[in-house]
Write a new protein. Structure first.
Length: 113
């Protein structure tokens, strides 16, 4: 499985961004799509995930601001991020999990005044 992420950038506090991830390859054993992020000096953390059945989960601090969804194309996943805060600044990674984990390249999100 190959994952291609897009949509990062620099955004002012309170702004919105939409990250997208397109997966290619066999998705038969993939049960979870999601987004992780890693801020400078911090460990990578799961931001949001969506199962093959559409069940979603979010890390504390982004609920109500971020929304993960699967695209019209079966192998796409989006992360709509609203009301962005400086603490959301990080490199965001697309993730696909099943029998093994797959990672996309990171996309940088910078939130500043």
């Amino acid at each position: 499985v190959q994952l291609q992420a897009s949509g990062g950038g620099s955004i002012p506090i309170g702004g919105s961004l939409r990250l997208s991830c397109a997966a290619s390859g066999s998705m038969l054993d993939i049960v979870l799509l999601g987004w992780y992020r890693q801020a400078p000096g911090k460990q990578r953390e799961l931001v949001a995930g969506i199962t093959s059945r559409g069940v979603t989960n979010y890390v504390d601090g982004v609920q109500g601001r971020f929304t993960i969804s699967r695209g019209d194309a079966e192998n796409t996943v989006h992360l709509q991020m609203n009301n962005l805060k400086p603490e959301d600044t990080a490199v965001y990674y697309c993730y696909a999990g099943g029998h093994r984990a797959y990672w996309g390249q990171g996309t940088l999100v910078t939130v500043s005044s």
